[in-house]
Ligand binder design. Structure first.
Ligand code: URA
Length: 233
């Protein structure tokens, strides 16, 4: 594929803008500046450098973020920062979307993609993809409260029961739970339904995919092909 087309496909701007970047000597392939927009490269697996930043060629983008507190999952955040400020502007230019949303005060695993089918597969209510949360609550937990979550609770304005699976108490005020739907403020409302209150909420896992321990808050990384398959399964 021609270099100017490769850059265009990755969100660097129109063909003309990409040709200018190349002509200005801002693009390096394998450590060497390439000033020929017509030069041909195999895009799959290509790692290239633009204005000193390294990028992986990706037909579709799949990235994960360790979301900090104080960031909204919205492009037009009003009261807080936007999670889209934590990822490169180039990815925003490609139209990546967060897959589901976390509240501004929730931390942890958030996945972004520009692959509509992948987003649909993870968010479709019928797919019931499990999301594991580490929950801290204000009042000490009781066995009865945990049992209520496992049996299912009703949420005002929603049909059916909302069940927590894989409930595991870690201390008086802390436990793990997995939910399989994705309604607004679901975990906080489930905890309110058992007469307790969330103090902190952190998402550890989506499906079988776990937030990497070495990814600091506010940092993002590419998902590998194997990781994408793991999430899909
Ligand atoms: N449930 C909530 O209540 N908040 C989140 O951010 C995610 C799940």
């Amino acid at each position: 594929m021609r270099l100017d087309k490769i850059l265009q496909s990755q969100g660097f701007g129109s063909r003309k803008v990409c040709q200018q970047l190349i002509a200005r000597g801002l693009v390096e392939i394998n450590g060497e500046t390439c000033r020929d927009p017509k030069a041909v490269f195999q895009p799959v697996g290509l790692v290239f450098n633009v204005s000193g930043e390294s990028y992986n060629y990706a037909e579709k983008l799949y990235i994960l973020l360790n979301k900090p507190k104080g960031y909204e999952c919205s492009h037009e955040a009003v009261h807080h920062f936007s999670v889209y400020e934590l990822i490169p502007p180039l990815f925003n230019a490609r139209g990546v979307q967060s897959i589901g949303r976390l509240d501004q005060d929730t931390t942890g695993l958030l996945i972004f993609s520009d692959d509509g089918q992948f987003i649909q597969a993870l968010t479709h209510p019928k797919k019931h993809v499990g999301k594991q949360y580490l929950v801290q609550v204000i009042d000490p937990l009781t066995d009865e409260q945990l049992k209520q979550l496992e049996d299912g609770v009703s949420l005002k304005g929603e049909k059916g029961l909302f069940v927590a699976t894989d409930v595991k108490q870690l201390s008086d005020h802390e436990f793990l739970m997995t939910v399989h739907q994705g309604v607004y403020h679901q975990v906080k409302r489930m905890i309110a339904a058992i007469d307790n209150k969330v103090s902190t909420l952190h998402r550890n896992k989506i499906g079988a995919f776990e937030l990497p321990h070495d990814l600091n808050e506010g940092e993002w990384q590419y998902l590998s092909f194997e990781e994408i398959q793991r999430i899909k399964s």
